[in-house]
Design a protein around this ligand. Structure first.
Ligand code: PEP
Ligand code: MN
Length: 341
């Protein structure tokens, strides 16, 4: 960390600041007096230091971090890719995972039928929302516990591991048998929930917030990891921009950037990213070309009758066709779709 001092900073102010940094923050300082400006270089663990607090000193012009504020999620401290094994399906290795299923679990027939169709088309995991984060409290809120029970039935029927979203730490007991717990975009910065998930032993699929930066996503991963759970999977699901033709704007550059900055696996959700079923195929192919480790795609037996996100869900027939292209692209880039059963 580098602190740039104001030109008029007095010796007393600088001395006071240095004592505070060394005695209270336990870092070493290196004062460099240049012709035009004076800086203090900090040596030591500055992760816990708050730049805003340093800025509160009258003699400080600016504060710059030279290291990222996240450590556990940082590739610099963990050069090898993190590989997460979920019932034999590997995230972050040399296979592509395809998580498919409806936006919401709506009934036993719907989830079982969809799970069977997704598996037949080559999906490697099943998704389905039991707790739904809806903009309106009057919209379908999910089947909650019953939804999770139905997902477990679908897993029994197909062998597909299941991914479903948690919205409150108070519900954690209900997720005991779930294979991957999803944290949705709206909860990416629910820090108490993240800390609680950091104390459990389940893989966490962490979605990027609607208007969050990649650094904020990595800091949220850090919340989970700093509590002891290193099984975090990052998910780019589109961000809010000024473009109204798509539901969100898919930030494909997030894939290579996240993989460069972090060792964690990266998933792309082309369904929520675009909100348009037709765009799911081209976005999936681009995501694979960009190096993603998995895709999360919404599939519904009758999208027109879906209780949520009808416009972006693929029919099983379309999904099967999209899977053919996905498989070809995945083979082409040398990361074939996992064929674990
Ligand atoms: C979902 O995957 O069901 C979902 C609500 O997605 P997001 O949090 O990305 O909006
Ligand atoms: Mn959805």
């Amino acid at each position: 960390m580098i602190i740039v001092l104001k030109n008029g900073a007095t010796k007393e102010q600088v001395g006071e600041l240095i004592s505070w940094l060394e005695d209270r923050c336990k870092v070493k300082t290196n004062l460099v007096e240049g012709v035009h400006s004076t800086i203090i270089g900090l040596i030591g663990d500055t992760l816990h230091m708050d730049t805003e607090t340093i800025m509160a000193n009258d003699c400080v012009e600016s504060v710059q971090r030279v290291q990222e504020p996240y450590k556990n999620a940082n590739r610099k401290f963990h050069p090898d890719d993190t590989v997460i094994n979920v019932r034999g399906r590997v995230f972050g290795g040399n296979k592509l995972q395809v998580i498919a299923g409806p936006c919401s679990v709506e009934s036993e027939e719907q989830i079982i039928q969809t799970a069977i169709a997704c598996k037949k088309a080559g999906a490697t995991m099943l998704r389905g929302g039991a707790f739904k984060p809806r903009t309106s409290p009057y919209s379908f809120q999910g089947l909650r516990r019953e939804g999770i029970d139905l997902l477990l039935k679908a897993r029994e029927e197909t062998g597909l591991p299941i991914v479903t979203e948690i919205m409150s730490a108070a519900h954690l007991d209900m997720f005991d048998d779930v294979d991957i717990i999803q944290v949705g975009a709206r909860n990416m910065q629910n820090f108490e929930l993240l800390k609680e998930l950091g104390r459990c032993d389940k893989p966490i699929l962490l979605k990027r917030g609607l208007s969050s930066t990649l650094e904020e996503l990595l800091m949220s991963a850090e919340y989970i990891m700093s509590e002891g759970n290193s099984k975090v999977i990052l998910c780019e699901r589109g961000i809010r921009t000024f473009e109204p033709m798509t539901r969100n704007t898919l930030d494909i550059s997030a894939v290579p950037l996240l993989k460069h900055k972090s060792h964690l696996p990266v998933v792309i959700d082309p369904s929520h990213a675009t909100g348009i079923a037709k765009l799911v195929e081209p976005m999936s192919l681009s995501a694979i070309a960009a190096g993603c480790d998995a895709l999360e795609i919404e599939v519904h037996c009758e999208p027109k009758k879906a209780l949520s996100d009808g416009a972006q869900q693929l029919t099983p027939e379309t999904f099967a066709k999209v899977m053919e292209k996905i498989s070809a692209m995945a083979r082409f880039v040398g990361k074939p779709v996992d064929d674990a059963q």
